[in-house]
Every structure is written in structure tokens, then in C-alpha cells.
Design a protein around this ligand. Structure first.
Ligand SMILES: Cc1cc2nc3c(=O)[nH]c(=O)nc-3n(C[C@H](O)[C@H](O)[C@H](O)COP(=O)(O)O)c2cc1C
Length: 476
């Protein structure tokens, strides 16, 4: 029987998922500036046996017609947001075993900066960190913010991201031998010079030569997560990711994406079942069905068309409120424009390729109300929720869920108190919370390092030079 892995989707901002919930009396998420708020959540998840706390991130802000919409500020829709990476060491210090996964885009910082930051976090957390690799949503606002004139095309961003990761892994895996850092006071040797290796990386997008200045952290390479479910995104995940967040709003689509990623991973010579694939899930659970439905209705009552439009424009560049509500999305796709070079998945899902009738803009607004970028949605009693989680795992071949709270931390407390013990009782979660590095907990690996079938192991120091790709040489 397949075990269920659990993470929580958060953002260092007022609320997650592109929906409106912070004003609700139960929500404390407007306290996002307070470390105590996050420590409370992290300790709750740590004790309950969750695998990790995930912080989504990005520099983008909502934009409609080239400007920040009023609703983004008033409702706190994907705005404002702080840098979550800054909180991780404090949260790790206050927890025992919980993993921390943070997004960092491959579009802005140089890979050397990113590699250094994650190696540092992996040291400070004792090997409990993961990197969610994204090529970036909301690209137009990010490009403007950074003074870039053009926005890279969607698939080209993923090509660049392959190389980005190759360079980062060259630094993590290829620079220092395992026993290079000794801190031997008696011999007065901090690190053995002959066990440090110079890299010469010459790629199409990045160049780097020299030495990596951070000695190997417990996991060396942080656990590699990836989110982005377009065809090119899935191919990226199959090559690189150890854990994948898939966008999923229906069981069929999720099952398709899971199967596709596993099949493509096998083509890379990887064990397809070693990838842990999770989907975002909004759960509203209460001791009785009626109480859960009533709580969910309070959330739904907060949502408006303006909220939906802000989020959708931020993800796709499309202003739904400017379109003819009686027609479908082809009214704008046929007109051309930058569409499709931003988040592709949120367009694809409303333009069916199987010949079925696409939804009208009015129907899209209604379908997205309360959904935002959230994945699957589930409301019910403890038994109903546990039954459905088991059914979803079995129907989709998923490995777990990323809970997307609506009224944090209250709804996370409800899930931990009601659903986790039930999943344990059914043998779907370990009797005791897992321990060790995030990689050992999530992937069940016997050690903290990359699996031998992961392409990143080709950058390892010990690999014979003859088989190292020309674009990523590790030399003495
Ligand atoms: C669970 C989940 C979490 C995500 N987190 C982020 C994030 O933190 N930052 C970001 O820019 N994109 C994030 N994304 C991805 C974007 O929503 C978007 O899909 C992606 O950047 C565009 O790639 P695609 O066209 O391959 O989907 C996330 C997606 C999912 C499903």
C-alpha cells in the first residue's frame, strides 16, 4: 500500500493560492511578518509528521493592462510578499525534523549565487532543505522590475534552466571531495587543498570557472523539486526533479501528468517510481460533513470576479474581465500577443485538445472562483477526507499532497488533529514521523545524497574525466 507524503504550501505573504481569505476571523495569515506565526506553523507540522513546509516565491506582482490592479492591494492577492528563504534557518532551529522547500527561479540570479545560498541553507538546517526550481511565472512584471527589455520565451527558459541546474550541481557535487573539510585542530588543517577541484563550465547561457566556496553540506545537492506542468515543464521534471508539484484540477489530468513524467523519467534511465509527485490540495475538514461544508461556504463567500481576474492575469497575461464573457479563450489566443510565453498550464487547461467544448469566459470565472492556482479541492468529515485521499492516490499514482490552507493555521491544525491520525491508522502514514535529511525522509534513500540514477551524479568528483560532458567539465 502506497504511503502518503504531506507538505504544506505557503508563501511569505498574506495568503496562498490567489484567493481571498486573510480577513476571515479564523485566518491569522496577515501576521506573515511575524516569525512567531511561522514558528507555530512549522512546529505544528514537525510534530504531526508532515514531510515539509514549502514556500512559493517570485518577484512578480499582479498586473492587468500593465499596472497593479486595485484589487491586488486591497485584497492582498499575490501581493505583497517577502523573501521566504530568509526565514528558513530560524524555522529549522525551532523544529526537529521538518523539511523546508523554497522556490528560486532560474531566470534571475546566477547559478553560483543560488548554489551558494542553498548549500548554506542545507548546512544550517542539517540537511533539511529542498529547492523548488521554477522558470518563473509573471514574467512581464519581473522583466520590467529588473529592467530587462525582453521576456525569454517559455520553452527557451526551460532549456536555460537545464544548464542552470547542471552548473549548480557541478558546484555541489564536483568541487569538494567528501573528506576534504576536516577542521583538524591538532594538524591545523581546515581543508585539504588536494581534495578541492577547480571547475571550468562553459555553457550556452552560463560560464563559470574556479572553486565553490561552500564545503559540502549534509545533502550536497538540496532535494530537487520542480513545479510547472506544461509539456516542456514535465520533460524538465523527468530529467532533473526528485519531487514534482504537478498542477492538477481533475483526477484524469493529474493521472495523465503523473504517468507522463514517470515515463519520461524512465527514458532518462531513472527509476520512474523514485520520483515523488504531489499535487496541491485544498482540504476543508471538520468533525462532521455539515460543519466542513459550512466552513468552506464562508471561504467561498469571500471570493469575487475581481479576485479571480487578478490572479489569472498574473499567471497568463489575460484579463478575463476585458473579454466577451459569452465566448471562450480562443477570442484572445487567435489575436496573438505574449500569451503562452508566461504560465502555459493555466491556458492549456481551458483549451481542450480532445475536441470537447471549451468553457466560456463566464464559466472560467465561475470555475476559478475560490480556486485560483489551487489544485484539487476536498471538503468533508475526517472519514470522507481520508477515504478520498486514499482514492486519489490509488487513481492517479500520486505520492502525496501539498496542502493549500485557506484559514492558516487553524485549518492545518484541524488536518493534523483529525486526518493525520486516521491516515496512520490506515497505514498510509508512518506510525512515527520520519527522521534524517529531507532526501532520506521524502525519497526513502539509504543516505542523504542523490540517487545513483540521477543525472546529477555525473558531476561527482570521482567520475572519470573521459565521460564528463564537454559543457560541464570538472577538472583538477
Ligand atoms: C504546487 C505549485 C507550486 C508552484 N510554485 C511556484 C512558485 O513558487 N513560483 C513560481 O514562479 N511558480 C510556481 N509554480 C509554477 C507556476 O504556477 C507556473 O506553472 C510555471 O512557472 C510556468 O511553467 P509551466 O508553463 O511549465 O507550467 C508552482 C506550480 C505549482 C503547481
Amino acid at each position: 500500500m502506497k504511503q502518503i507524503h504531506l507538505g504544506v504550501f505557503e508563501v511569505a505573504g498574506p495568503q496562498v493560492g490567489g484567493t481571498l481569505s486573510w480577513p476571515h476571523p479564523l485566518a491569522e495569515s496577515a501576521r506573515f511578518h511575524e516569525l512567531d506565526h511561522w514558528i507555530h506553523i512549522a512546529q505544528l507540522l514537525d510534530g504531526a509528521g508532515f514531510d515539509f513546509l514549502f514556500f512559493a516565491d517570485g518577484f512578480g506582482f499582479p498586473s492587468i493592462g500593465g499596472d497593479l490592479p486595485e484589487m491586488a492591494a486591497r485584497g492582498g492577492i499575490n501581493f505583497p510578499s517577502m523573501d521566504p528563504a530568509m526565514m528558513i534557518s530560524a524555522l529549522a532551529h525551532e523544529t526537529e525534523r521538518l523539511g523546508f522547500v523554497v522556490t528560486s527561479s532560474t531566470g534571475l540570479d546566477h547559478p553560483v549565487q543560488t548554489a551558494r545560498r542553498f548549500a548554506t541553507l542545507d548546512h544550517l538546517t542539517g540537511g533539511r532543505v529542498g529547492w523548488n526550481i521554477v522558470t518563473g511565472a509573471s514574467q512581464n512584471t519581473v522583466a520590467e522590475l529588473f529592467g530587462h527589455e525582453t521576456m525569454n520565451a517559455h520553452d527557451a527558459r526551460y532549456d536555460q534552466a537545464d544548464e542552470y541546474l547542471d552548473l549548480a550541481m557541478t558546484l555541489w557535487e564536483g568541487s569538494w571531495e567528501d573528506d576534504a573539510f576536516v577542521a583538524d585542530k591538532e594538524a591545523q588543517i581546515l581543508a585539504h587543498r588536494d581534495k578541492l577541484h577547480r571547475h571550468e563550465f562553459v555553457g550556452e547561457h552560463f560560464r563559470s570557472s574556479g572553486y565553490f566556496t561552500v564545503d559540502p553540506s549534509p545533502q550536497r545537492t538540496p532535494v530537487l523539486f520542480q513545479a510547472g506542468t506544461s509539456a516542456r515543464g514535465r520533460a524538465y521534471a523527468a530529467r532533473n526533479a526528485e519531487c514534482v508539484f504537478v498542477q492538477g484540477t481533475t483526477v484524469e489530468q493529474t493521472a495523465f501528468n503523473v504517468a507522463d513524467i514517470r515515463a519520461k523519467a524512465a527514458e532518462w534511465g531513472r527509476d520512474p517510481n523514485s520520483l515523488k509527485i504531489m499535487v496541491g490540495l485544498t482540504v476543508t475538514v471538520a468533525p462532521t460533513h455539515d460543519k466542513a461544508v459550512a466552513l468552506r461556504a464562508e471561504f467561498d463567500d469571500l471570493q469575487t470576479d475581481e479576485v479571480v481576474a487578478v490572479l489569472y492575469a498574473g499567471n497568463t497575461g489575460i484579463d478575463l474581465l476585458s473579454l466577451d464573457p459569452t465566448r471562450d479563450l480562443t477570442q484572445i489566443l487567435d489575436a496573438g500577443g505574449p500569451i503562452g510565453q508566461m504560465g502555459q498550464s493555466n491556458i492549456d487547461r481551458f483549451v481542450p485538445k480532445d475536441g470537447s467544448t471549451p468553457p466560456t469566459v463566464r464559466e472560467i470565472l465561475d470555475q476559478l472562483s475560490g480556486r485560483g492556482t489551487r489544485g484539487l479541492q476536498l471538503t468533508g468529515s475526517t472519514t470522507e477526507v481520508a477515504d478520498e485521499l486514499e482514492r486519489l492516490i490509488d487513481a492517479t499514482d500520486l505520492d502525496g499532497f501539498l496542502l493549500e490552507p485557506i484559514f492558516a493555521p487553524g485549518d492545518l491544525e484541524d488536518f493534523a488533529r483529525l486526518v493525520v491520525p486516521e491516515l496512520r491508522r490506515r497505514g498510509r502514514m508512518p506510525a512515527e514521523p520520519g527522521t534524517g535529511t529531507l532526501r532520506e525522509q521524502m525519497l526513502g534513500r539509504p543516505g542523504p545524497h542523490l540517487s545513483p540514477d540521477h543525472p546529477g551524479t555525473r558531476f561527482k568528483v570521482s567520475r572519470p574525466a573521459a565521460t564528463t560532458p564537454a559543457s560541464a567539465m570538472v577538472s583538477e
